[in-house]
Design a binder for this molecule. Structure first.
Ligand SMILES: [Zn+2]
Length: 134
């Protein structure tokens, strides 16, 4: 016969700590807080599956080739913008002191979801009358 009391206590203890963990993260997710800001990650090559909320700057040393991010509309496309000086079109990445990236000019997809947005100080700024939701 197994003594269930230890198991019950163990389960209760872990349930309590899970609840404590949940309560620590809940307030940030509730109450209409703004979506998390983008951050920059340096990469040696274009990532296969870029994460939402990350602007990848692909390059080597001081040479920056591409900026990559997952389309913020939710369509899942990986968007690759050239940072090469002689490329047309060509984008620039600026990074604030706190690490929040801006991308200029705007990103306008001419295929697929046709998203048009700015990335400014780590936040997506939608353009156009057909895009008022992030
Ligand atoms: Zn999209």
């Amino acid at each position: 016969m197994i003594d269930l009391r230890h198991i019950v206590q163990a389960v209760r203890a872990s349930a309590l700590s899970a609840w404590a963990r949940l309560r620590r993260v809940l307030p940030r997710g509730l109450g209409g807080s703004p979506p998390p800001r983008y951050r920059v990650e340096r990469a040696g090559e274009v990532p296969d599956a870029p994460e939402v909320g990350t602007l990848y700057v692909v390059g080597e040393g001081a040479h920056e080739w591409y900026a990559v991010l997952r389309c913020p509309c939710g369509c899942g496309e990986a968007l690759v913008m050239s940072l090469l000086a002689d490329a047309r079109p060509r984008w620039r990445v600026l990074v604030d002191d706190d690490g929040a990236p801006s991308l200029s000019p705007s990103v306008h997809r001419v295929v697929g979801c046709r998203s048009h947005f700015f990335l400014r100080s780590g936040r997506i700024d939608w353009c156009g009358p057909d895009r008022d939701v992030a």
